[in-house]
Design a protein around this ligand. Structure first.
Ligand SMILES: Nc1nc2c(ncn2[C@@H]2O[C@H](COP(=O)(O)OP(=O)(O)O)[C@@H](O)[C@H]2O)c(=O)[nH]1
Ligand SMILES: [Mg+2]
Ligand SMILES: [Zn+2]
Length: 315
């Protein structure tokens, strides 16, 4: 659920953090105005191992100082956020971006071909972060009959699990209309391996990338942390796209083996009939998940992805 900003009162306004340089934040007010804001020292204490007190995507309250600069007075509760491991030898996690409506995994039919293992890791991360995923299959123009058959099978698998699946091609502009409609007035983030067409998609959606590139390169001269911060780019038809430099996939850390099946929707019911509370559904006797696999109620490709996650102890 998107956070509903509270009404303004007593000179306090609500805004969204759209960019951060570490000490200054660019915030965009309800009325569209953009301010450079500082964060009072009392917010610099962070909780639960997070290295940044305010993240791009946060809703904040602010007041305007006499010198017209803005001061953040409060941070509203986040509906969700994605993190990455802190960089530069710091401990803990860095919040990349918060209050996200959709994480969109861009895959391509060919050049490169998609792998369901990659898709499944992405979906599990989305479940864990409580971010709604969208699967977008690009380069449909390259698909032959065999590819189309396989994609139909893949799409049905994920749609049956309740996920939103879209297909398209940069070469057929109409084919990305549905994606555009889905992200209108929302905050989304594109994820995906290199070469699948993310940059081409952003261009087709007409996101102002040139400005972004210029700003990122000027930041990198100022300090080594700044290039790792995300930024919210306004969409021409309303909404934001989170640009998270260097992030091709989400990561999950400190996750216990027995937790992983909580993020496979089709395992939620079967796991209730496992004999052991901390069943990993790999080798245990009287395992509801293994029985569901045997009955064909869990797709072999999904169970294989699950086993790989358990084996590598990471998602
Ligand atoms: N045939 C075809 N090629 C595409 C499509 N989308 C992107 N490409 C090409 O795939 C290559 C990689 O695209 P790019 O946007 O740079 O991918 P990114 O690494 O995910 O940002 C480029 O040569 C694009 O022209 C598509 O729908 N069909
Ligand atoms: Mg690119
Ligand atoms: Zn089990």
């Amino acid at each position: 659920m998107p956070l509903k900003p509270p009404a303004n009162h007593d000179g306090i306004h609500t805004a969204r953090v759209i960019q951060s340089t570490g000490s200054w934040y660019d915030i965009q007010g309800d009325d569209g105005s953009i301010h450079a804001a500082r964060l009072p020292g009392k917010f610099r204490q962070t909780h639960s191992g997070q290295t940044n007190p305010i993240a791009v995507g946060d809703y904040v309250q602010y007041t305007i100082n006499e010198d017209k600069s803005a001061q953040i007075t409060d941070i509203l509760e986040r509906t969700n956020y994605v993190t990455r491991k802190a960089t530069h030898g710091r401990r803990g996690q860095q919040i990349l971006v918060s209050n996200i409506d959709y994480a969109i995994l861009v895959s391509s039919i060919k050049q490169p071909s998609y792998r369901t293992g990659f898709i499944d890791r992405f979906l599990v991360s989305c479940e864990a972060y409580q971010v709604t995923p969208i699967l977008f299959f690009n380069k449909m123009d390259l698909a032959d009959d065999a590819d189309l058959n396989e994609l139909a099978h893949t799409s049905t698998l994920y749609e049956d699990l309740g996920y939103h699946v879209l297909h398209g091609s940069i070469l057929a502009p109409k084919s990305i209309d549905e994606l555009k409609k889905s992200i209108k007035d929302k905050t989304s983030v594109f994820i995906g391996p290199s070469g699948v067409g993310k940059t081409s998609l952003l261009n087709a959606i007409d996101v102002r990338l040139d400005e972004r590139t210029a700003e990122i390169s000027s930041y990198s001269n100022k300090g080594k942390h700044t290039t790792t911060f995300a930024k919210l780019l306004p969409l021409p038809f309303g909404g934001f796209l989170a640009d998270t430099p260097g992030i091709r996939e989400f990561g999950l850390y400190n996750i216990e083996d027995w937790e992983i099946s909580l993020y496979f929707p089709e395992m939620l019911l079967p796991r209730k009939s496992c004999k052991f509370n901390n069943c990993t559904h790999i080798h245990e006797p009287s395992c509801g998940v293994l029985e569901a696999v045997d009955r064909g109620q869990i797709a072999p490709s999904r169970y294989l992805s699950y086993m790989n996650m358990i084996e590598s102890s990471s998602i």
